[in-house]
Design a protein around this ligand. Structure first.
Ligand SMILES: [Zn+2]
Length: 172
């Protein structure tokens, strides 16, 4: 019997477990749950770009008998991406760190580019343009499956924007 009922998360009245809409306050319970889940920040990617993300990098590596690889390695560890369902943080520098952080909902353009050298190495580059003037166009590269990550980010950005718009309507 008690497994068959639950409390409405909005008004607290007792409703059926299977209810998708509260019969007391009319809340769409599925939308309410989806909204709550969207508010929770989930990590999507965390790490450095790949050391070798373009086949052209092999040219200086071969020409310098491998010394260039050290340079690429140093460049790679100097960049840290922290990508979540709500924001993108980019940390630059090994000794002194500069941080860029942008909320996904402020990003207006997600442009995916596949330059030949990167495509041959199995990578692409994602350019982000934000409406936030503090955050200029930023490129993210050297991440496996960046294409599907870009799709996820677009969805998250859209969902976040919708959620914020709804919140701003509710709050006077
Ligand atoms: Zn209710």
């Amino acid at each position: 019997m008690s497994n068959d009922i639950k409390d409405c998360p909005v008004c607290g009245e007792t409703i059926k477990q299977s209810a998708i809409k509260c019969r007391f306050c009319n809340t769409d319970l599925l939308a309410f749950k989806a909204g709550q889940e969207a508010e929770i920040e989930k990590p999507l990617y965390s790490g450095h770009p790949a050391i070798i993300h373009s086949v052209w990098q092999w040219i200086p590596i071969v020409l310098t008998l491998g010394i260039a690889y050290l340079f690429y390695w140093f460049t790679s560890i100097g960049i840290t991406y922290q990508i979540t369902t709500q924001r993108i943080k980019i940390e630059r520098g090994v000794l002194s760190k500069a941080k860029d952080s942008v909320e996904l909902f402020t990003i207006e353009h997600f442009d995916l580019h596949k330059p030949l050298g990167m495509r041959l190495a199995g990578y692409c580059v994602l350019r982000l343009r934000s409406s936030d003037t503090d955050f200029q166009t930023v490129s993210i590269y050297g991440i496996q499956n960046l294409e599907s990550l870009a799709d996820t980010l677009r969805e998250c950005s859209l969902r976040e924007r919708t959620r914020r718009r709804i919140t701003s309507i509710i709050q006077p």
